[in-house]
Design a protein around this ligand. Structure first.
Ligand SMILES: C[C@H](O)[C@H](O)[C@H]1CNC2=NC(N)=NC(=O)C2=N1
Length: 94
């Protein structure tokens, strides 16, 4: 498990995923798609990456919007594992 990021380490790490919002010991980003099934395809790709990384996001599907929330439950906050997964997800869409 990665260590909890705090203070300057957290600020530096969050610069690697600027589209993600930090709130309450987690980072979130909402992705919007043309069609419902585009969002589902995205969720499936995220699931593949997450399971390979053994790090699993909270996923909310709201019609064509998908919100991912990343936190490291074992550490009680944001770690490098969350930032790495955020970057890998960003690579799917950006
Ligand atoms: C043993 C296993 O790696 C852990 O339980 C993992 C699984 N996936 C996880 N995912 C997330 N988001 N946080 C965790 O602390 C976590 N722990």
């Amino acid at each position: 498990m990665s260590d909890l990021l705090e203070d300057e380490d957290l600020s530096a790490a969050l610069k690697k995923c600027p589209e993600w919002e930090y709130e309450k010991n987690a980072i979130t980003r909402t992705f919007e798609f043309e069609e419902f099934m585009d969002g589902i395809d995205f969720v499936n790709s995220v699931a593949d990456i997450a399971d390979e990384a053994q790090h699993h996001p909270d996923i909310r599907i709201n019609y064509t919007k998908v919100t991912l929330k990343l936190t490291t439950h074992d550490a009680g906050g944001v770690t490098e594992a969350d930032v790495e997964l955020a970057q890998r997800v960003d690579n799917l869409v950006d």
